[in-house]
Design a protein around this ligand. Structure first.
Ligand code: H2U
Ligand code: ZN
Length: 346
């Protein structure tokens, strides 16, 4: 593997990342992050996501027992954007109305249990809730894409530690999906096989970036990873959406999620922050034989619980850059226990 500066091609986005392995040992005198308090109560009377508590606008949450889904009270997208497309005053000043709506999904009534701390049936329940609600949103006439995502930890802008995720459904395809649709469509036309199916097979031959796999899903640090401990979880077969998974596949995906998030937490023995989300095919009524359902995990931490990677100067102005190689990151993640540090000795 290259030890000198090199570029790697991201086959899913068509973009390049600069890798600088020799820089990984540089000293750090910069910002250290504050740690959020480690022990949370099972129920917090001031939490707007806990059962029975009041949300914005005076609505009370039900006394829910599993997952809990509600329309976001501060949704970024609205179903009825009454503005009509207006002729632009100049071709360089283009705007188009966007319609949609947003859901919040709480993982469980427990204020203190993050994904890796939930048992497998509860993780399956979260996956099934995402599947059902994405499918319901996707079936709306004006919706063409549904984004499922979780911001975890204050470092990633999460506003409440009660484990939750969001679903945003919208009328146009977002940027990342436009890129991934183009690359996967082009590869499929040329090779008559899905890009990610071939990629996962090749990664299993090379082995050094694989983190965990079972019959239906693989977790790996992608060859083109930008974030230090970025992980891609991919299905092994073409699959447009979460709702297309069989119950066996949902169980397999739950197992992979538990493995990835447990190792993340074990890395620095903290609740490991990240932004995570699924890339499902556009909900455009077409079959998508090129599309392979997958999730991206983007964690910001680099070398300790308090030192994060910043995407700043060069990344903002030129292109993404990383220091430790994806192979070193995968090796580090593989070396960690798959028993959550809070469960040890129990
Ligand atoms: P984040 O922590 O990932 O931002 O998600 C919390 C969401 O919960 C956020 O989008 C919504 C915010 O709009 N919210 C409500 O819908 N009702 C509330 O009472 C508070 C926050
Ligand atoms: Zn709560």
């Amino acid at each position: 593997m290259l030890q000198n500066p090199h570029r790697r091609y991201n086959a899913l986005t068509g973009e390049w990342v600069l890798v600088s392995p020799h820089r990984a040992k540089r000293p750090w005198l910069g910002q250290v992050e504050k740690l959020s308090p480690e022990s949370l109560p099972a129920y917090d009377p001031t939490c707007y996501l806990c059962p029975r508590n009041e949300r914005a606008g005076g609505v009370f949450n039900p006394d829910y027992g599993g997952t809990f889904v509600f329309e976001n009270d501060f949704a970024a997208l609205l179903p009825d954007s009454s503005e009509k497309e207006s002729a632009s005053s100049h071709p360089l000043l283009v705007s188009v109305p966007e319609q949609g709506h947003c859901l919040v999904v709480c993982f469980s009534p427990r204020h203190d249990l993050t994904l890796p701390e939930l048992d497998l049936p509860s993780i399956e329940n979260v996956l099934n809730t995402w599947a059902k609600n994405s499918a319901d949103m996707a079936s709306e006439e004006y919706i063409h894409y549904v984004q499922v995502f979780e911001n975890k930890g204050a470092m990633m802008g999460c506003s409440n530690p009660h484990p939750h995720s969001q679903l945003w459904a919208q009328s146009h395809l977002p940027n990342e999906i436009i890129k991934e649709l183009a690359t996967q469509t082009e590869y499929f036309k040329k090779n008559n096989r899905p890009l990610l199916v071939d990629y996962i097979q090749e990664e299993h031959k090379q082995k050094d970036r694989i983190l965990f796999s079972n019959d239906h899903f693989t977790a790996l640090v992608p060859y083109w990873a930008v974030w230090p401990f970025e992980v891609l979880v991919s299905a092994h077969r073409p699959c447009a959406a979460l709702k297309d998974l069989s119950s066996l596949e949902v169980s397999a995906l739950a197992e992979v999620f538990k493995q990835v998030t447990t190792r993340y937490d074990n890395m620095f023995e903290i609740s490991f922050p990240y932004s995570m989300g699924f890339h499902q095919a556009p909900a455009d009524g077409q079959s998508h034989p090129e599309w392979v359902l997958h999730a991206h995990f983007y964690p910001p931490l680099l070398r300790s619980a308090t030192v994060r990677k910043f995407m700043v100067g060069y990344e903002m102005l030129a292109m993404p850059q990383r220091d430790i190689t994806p192979e070193v990151a995968a090796d580090r993640l593989r070396s960690l226990s798959d028993v959550h540090y809070k469960q040890r000795g129990k």
